[in-house]
Design a protein around this ligand. Structure first.
Ligand SMILES: [Zn+2]
Ligand SMILES: [Zn+2]
Length: 262
């Protein structure tokens, strides 16, 4: 396999700006707002990691040896989706912060959670690709939180990140209020992948949060079309909807409140 060189996505001016921001605005915890660090020990302790066993398809906590009803009814094209932690409490606030007031330092503070999840689920890939942001949205916010997380995770995994390999070719209408199949139809043909980066490679698509997995599925469809060998979806956090749990899981998990569609 040809080695792909690591492109410097976060340009020097961006890094200098980040360092200047650190001096002007000392770190505050992305989870609770307390000054001192971008991610404090108390918030770190409150994170609920997703542990095996999970559904081999969508990666929600699920008993060993079976797929969840959603994946049985409609098997994903992805090799699978895995998420590091539940989208709850301080992590949920941190993801919001990354999305709307994000800084690379926050992504970097959260990256160890992803790196641990990656190891826990024994994932393998040749390259990471962040889910491309909606152009308008990205411009509004000034950054793409999936790209920040992919870059920060790549530092742990020593893998290349190739945001240029996948692009959004049309805007996605809102996913809110759509069921699983409608979400998939909604994002059909939204992405296009470049075979030059993808053909013959094992790809992991990175995002901040996974709800239905429809966006990751649409990315996978484009990546397989461009010749990817396998495509995994991997996210920092996971929304677990009540309706996806037809059996009680108990323990630390349980379902998120209704209306937490992401
Ligand atoms: Zn905190
Ligand atoms: Zn499943």
């Amino acid at each position: 396999m040809r080695r792909i060189s690591l492109p410097v996505r976060l340009t020097l001016p961006f890094r200098i700006l980040e360092e200047a921001l650190d001096l002007l605005f000392p770190p505050r915890c992305a989870g609770c707002g307390r000054p001192g660090a971008f991610w404090c020990a108390a918030c770190a302790a409150a994170v609920i990691p997703i542990m095996p066993p999970v559904c081999p398809g969508c990666g929600i906590p699920w008993p060993e040896g079976d797929r969840c009803p959603t994946c049985r009814a409609d098997p994903p094209r992805l090799a699978g989706i895995r998420s590091a932690c539940l989208y709850r409490g301080p992590l949920r606030r941190a993801v919001h912060r990354l999305k709307f007031h994000g800084r690379y330092a926050v992504a970097r503070a959260l990256a160890p959670l992803m790196a641990d999840g990656w190891t826990r689920f024994a994932l393998e890939a040749d390259l990471l690709i962040p889910v491309p942001a909606h152009r308008g949205r990205e411009r509004q916010r000034g950054y793409n939180q999936a790209a920040l997380l992919a870059e920060a995770l790549a530092e742990h995994l020593s893998l290349p990140v190739h945001p240029e390999a996948l692009r959004r070719v049309r805007a996605t209408p809102s996913q809110v209020g759509l069921d699983h199949l409608a979400r998939r139809a909604n994002v059909q043909g939204v992405f296009q992948a470049d075979p030059r980066w993808i053909a013959g490679r094992r790809v992991a698509v990175i995002d901040d949060v996974c709800t239905s997995g429809a966006t990751l599925e649409a990315c996978a469809a484009a990546l397989y079309q461009a010749g990817a060998v396998t495509v995994w979806g991997f996210t920092l956090a996971r929304v677990i909807l009540r309706r996806s749990l037809s059996i009680p899981l108990g323990g630390a998990y349980g379902a998120d409140r209704a209306g937490t569609e992401h």
